[in-house]
Design a protein. Structure first.
Length: 304
């Protein structure tokens, strides 16, 4: 059963959905424009073997934006504060899209204090010499988010006019290969939260700020590749074959940098496999964590 709580961290209050469970913590991190609800279809299933906590980054979901920064560095600092508050130095970090990029950055900064990482369709630079690596519609949308303030205000007005139900439908139709596979109750929960968000003054500021920072971060390929090289935690890279937001080729290029990472491609799945194919998602993650645990014990025993 999911319960809502506020984590009182050194980086400020952070709203979280706690699915219970016992043992090691798994921390779930959403992407740009997302929230804790992105994990609603998998939270209880994952809690069968560990404690599951899904957070809202500042300015997203129900975490307040006031007095906060929205750059990738700001969000990584919040994740570090959340981990300290959860008091589990060997937790499993699971990030989708922008949350996957944040997970890589955090794992690079905490090379010995992270138990495992699961990157779910992470936002990463494209393969070299292949353009930007994003679907044209997605690329234009992200670039629009990154526009200067007057243009972003116009976009906010358009979004306000469109309304919560159509906005959620638009976003999930882009993110999912087949939006009909997303549970109706989960869709309804997203619409309700979007209604709440649209009532918040300047709700667009955190989204546009994060989008600008995300674009700048993806443009700094050498720094990104340094982060990837510094990750020591066992890592699973999971990507939908029909992702229209981040090209599967981008995921394969990332995998080529770290052949020790395990890669799972989900056929006929888009950018949000935890919403579109929740049972398959949970099965893959749990099986990989079991294998990683066995391998870790073998290494400790000196027989790997």
């Amino acid at each position: 059963m999911m319960r809502s709580l506020t984590l009182d961290t050194t980086a400020g209050p952070v709203h979280a959905a706690d699915y219970g469970g016992s043992g090691a913590v798994m921390l779930l991190v959403h992407g740009l424009g997302g929230s804790h609800l992105n994990w609603l279809s998998v939270g209880e299933r994952l809690a069968r073997q560990r404690r599951i906590v899904a957070i809202d980054l500042p300015g997203f979901g129900r975490t307040p934006a006031a007095g906060r920064g929205f750059t990738m560095a700001d969000h990584v600092a919040v994740l570090e504060a959340v981990i300290r508050e959860l008091e589990d130095e060997q937790l499993t970090l699971v990030g989708n899209s922008m949350g996957g990029l944040l997970s890589i950055a955090l794992a690079a900064r905490r090379p010995s204090n992270l138990g495992a990482a699961v990157l779910v369709n992470p936002a990463v630079p494209p393969p070299r010499r292949t353009g930007f690596g994003l679907d044209m519609i997605t690329r234009n949308a992200i670039l629009a988010y990154g526009l200067p303030t007057p243009a972003s205000i116009r976009l906010k007005r358009l979004a306000d006019k469109r309304g919560a139900e159509r906005l959620v439908g638009d976003i999930l139709s882009l993110c999912a290969f087949d939006v009909r596979r997303i549970d109706a109750a989960v869709m309804a929960a997203h619409v309700q939260l979007e209604r709440e968000r649209l009532r918040v003054p300047d709700w667009h500021v955190p989204v546009f700020g994060a989008a600008r920072s995300l674009l700048r971060t993806l443009a700094r390929r050498r720094r990104f590749e340094d982060w990837v090289a510094q990750v020591t935690a066992p890592t699973l890279l999971l990507h939908g074959t029909h992702d229209r937001v981040v090209s599967p080729q981008s995921a394969l290029a990332l995998a080529a940098l770290r052949p020790d990472w395990e890669v799972e491609l989900l056929e006929d799945v888009g950018h949000v496999p935890m919403l579109e194919a929740p049972e398959q998602f949970v099965d893959i993650v749990e099986a990989w964590l079991a294998r990683a645990a066995v391998h870790g014990m073998a290494e400790q025993a000196g027989i790997a």
